[in-house]
Design a protein around this ligand. Structure first.
Ligand SMILES: Nc1ncnc2c1ncn2[C@@H]1O[C@H](COP(=O)(O)OP(=O)(O)OP(=O)(O)O)[C@@H](O)[C@H]1O
Length: 644
């Protein structure tokens, strides 16, 4: 492990140990409402570095403030023909302290900022990877990305640079004010009155900037989400000739973001004039009143000159101070957006994560042959709340033996995929229970559960990376021999051997570089490598040609002698040999049994199977399948959309 990796991982562990305290704890502290201030919590952990940076900056500012005095002394010494060496050394020392300390301050504040943004991004990464899928499904992916990348950067600037600027320039202004008070109280009160009005206007502007910045962040995020939506479906956009339509639609969002950005800039731009008008007014009044008092003899010319010099000296820090307020307010808008992401519900809950930490997944993944591998007991589930529609699954009950293949068939939308997702605990049940090896999955740590179950999804998920990385994704420590074995089982050996770099060939996003069928087989190889006790295959053969599917069926029969295979299948050829077939419709189990039985006693199964047998018959001229008395006509929809 490199030093960089070692540092990162030790830091990650440190941050991880504090992770559980963030979010819920803060939400509780504020009465359970939104805005858990996780970002502030993480920023506070770097307060020592921030404070050091600010103190170093203040030393630099003090050295800067002392320079006019040292120059005055030098001129005085020169005027009196005295030796200049001491004054020159003092002046050079002040220059060096000023330069050196301001460089050190920038470095320390920048470092603290990077530490904060690292911690925030690690927190977000962990939380997003453990997010409850139902909650995540409601988010726009582009928006999540904007919050994770762009908003965290803005938060970093606010929590490091802007905060430091506020303190250092605030100190400079306060120092100047005190010196000016010492020179002349009345003149200072007049100055404060003029600057006070300008400051009040600036503070009002700062609040408006924060509101406008929040709107601008949302608009920019919407634009980002839409660009992401279109880019992720670019071939569809092109094939649908939707480029102009999408350009127009995204253009409108870009225009909206542009307008809110212009508003933020406009409000920001008012800062300078507000302060300039204030300082110019103060200067005019100070010079007018000062000259009158000098004429009357109530103020010396030297004091008036010093007073005016300090007034000039104060202008720049004062402007920077208010600019930092504006920048800080923009950052607060970003911080709020990042905080909102940190409170997305997490799957499994704290208890599960604690169990997971103290008790890693067992190495042995086979289930006892005596017990059912999976048992669904009166499972009820709906997406969303009760008033959002009917139940997706109603009282689903069936069991799956620890060896052999169980096929699930049924019309599109019957709830088959949902059933698999419930086994993986992607969503919580509304009623009933699911048992694996006789144990309720709710009582298992997620890592144990998901170690027992291999899942090949309907939309196969290959990733950017090498073929090897894709295959070993769930089992990173797999040996070369094990990888070769599963590639052979999945019928990928020839494909991989023909690739330029074999197993180390790079694939693009979503596994581009492979055909749909090859991607599907890659995902099957990945699931097989895991040696699961239960293998869930969601239409895993839909992209395979007949030869590959036949080979894969042979693989399945080998695999199903070692574990339970549950396959959602849309090909009759995959289903006929299954040890058990479960027929689902409208979220309920209609019937279960073997192919021959169901052909005789279940009308839905008969229709689903027969549509394919008829199609096969018309292609191969095989004898017609006899229709039982109860069977209805086969609709085009049945033939096209059914999972069989
Ligand atoms: N994330 C979701 N949010 C809300 N409703 C959903 C979600 N996913 C699925 N559904 C709904 O749940 C029902 C069951 O969907 P599911 O994907 O389980 O069906 P399926 O039997 O696997 O269909 P197919 O054979 O077409 O894949 C459908 O009516 C679908 O619209």
């Amino acid at each position: 492990m490199s030093t960089l990796e070692a540092n990162a991982s030790s830091r990650t562990l440190h941050v991880e140990s504090q992770d559980e305290r963030i979010g819920p704890a803060h939400a509780r502290r504020r009465g359970g409402g939104p805005g858990p201030a996780a970002v502030w919590y993480l920023a506070r952990r770097h307060r020592a570095l921030l404070a050091t940076g600010i103190v170093v900056g203040l030393v630099g500012v003090t050295a800067q403030l002392a320079q006019p005095y040292a120059i005055g002394e030098l001129i005085k010494q020169a005027g009196q023909n005295k030796p200049l060496s001491a004054s020159i050394i003092l002046l050079v020392a002040l220059f060096c302290v000023d330069g050196g300390f301001s460089a050190l301050q920038s470095y320390l504040i920048g470092r603290a900022g990077e530490n904060i943004v690292y911690d925030v991004r690690m927190l977000l990464t962990r939380r997003l990877l453990r997010v409850d899928l139902s909650a995540y499904g409601k988010q726009q992916q582009g928006d999540v990305l904007t919050r994770t990348v762009a908003d965290t950067s803005l938060a970093k600037i606010a929590l490091s640079q802007s905060l430091a600027q506020l303190v250092i320039n605030g100190f400079t202004v306060a120092g100047g004010v005190i010196v000016m008070f010492v020179i002349d109280v009345w003149m200072m009160l007049i100055t404060l009155a003029c600057l006070g009005i300008a400051s009040a206007i600036s503070l009002f502007l700062a609040r408006s900037v924060r509101r406008a910045a929040m709107v601008n962040r949302e608009d920019t995020s919407q634009y980002g989400s839409d660009v992401q939506r279109v880019l992720s479906a670019l071939p569809t956009v092109k094939a649908s000739r939707a480029e102009d339509r999408e350009t127009h639609r995204i253009g409108l969002l870009a225009w909206k973001a542009r307008n809110s950005g212009v508003r933020v800039n406009g409000l920001n731009a008012l800062f300078m004039p507000a302060m300039n008008v204030g300082t110019q007014a103060a200067l005019a009044v100070v010079v007018g009143v000062g000259m009158t008092r000098v004429t009357r003899g109530t103020m010396s010319m030297a004091d008036l000159t010093a007073f005016v010099m300090y007034l000039f000296y104060m202008v720049s820090p004062l402007v920077l101070f208010f600019l930092a307020i504006g920048q800080f307010q923009q950052g607060r808008a970003a911080i709020r957006r990042v905080d909102e992401l940190t409170v997305l519900p997490q799957e499994g809950g704290v208890l599960d994560r604690m169990r997971h930490k103290s008790r890693p997944a067992p190495a042995k993944k086979s289930l006892s042959e005596d017990k059912d591998a999976v048992e669904f007991r009166d499972v009820r589930f709906r997406y969303g709340s009760a008033d959002e529609g009917a139940e997706t699954l109603t009282d689903v009950s069936f069991s799956v033996a620890s060896r052999g293949m169980t096929a699930i068939v049924g019309p599109s939308g019957a709830g088959k995929t949902t059933l698999f997702q419930l086994v993986e605990r992607f969503h919580a049940l509304d009623g009933g229970s699911i048992l694996i090896g006789g144990k309720d999955i709710e009582t298992m740590p997620l890592s144990t559960l998901r170690g027992l179950v291999g899942y090949v999804q309907q939309d196969t998920a290959a990733m950017r990376g090498t073929v090897r990385e894709n295959v070993v994704y769930a089992q990173p420590e797999a040996s070369e021999e094990q990888i070769r074995e599963v590639l052979e089982l999945a019928g990928l050996t020839k494909v991989v051997d023909a690739m330029p770099d074999g197993l180390d060939t790079e694939l693009g996003d979503q596994g581009s570089g492979l055909s749909g069928g090859q991607r599907q087989r890659l995902c099957i190889a990945r699931a097989l490598l895991q040696k699961p006790a239960v293998l869930l295959l969601d239409e895993a053969t839909s992209h395979l040609d007949s030869d590959s599917e036949r080979e894969f069926r042979e693989t399945l029969s080998k695999v199903s002698s070692r574990c339970a295979v549950i396959a959602i299948a849309h090909r009759i050829s995959t289903v006929v040999d299954a040890d058990k077939i479960v027929v689902m419709a409208d979220g309920q189990v209609q019937a279960s049994g073997k192919h021959e039985e169901l052909m005789k006693r279940n009308a839905l199964y008969y229709r689903l199977a027969n549509s394919q047998l008829q199609a096969a018959h018309s292609m191969s001229h095989t004898p017609e399948v006899p229709q039982p008395a109860h069977a209805g006509p086969v609709s085009a929809a049945d033939a096209a959309g059914n999972s069989l």
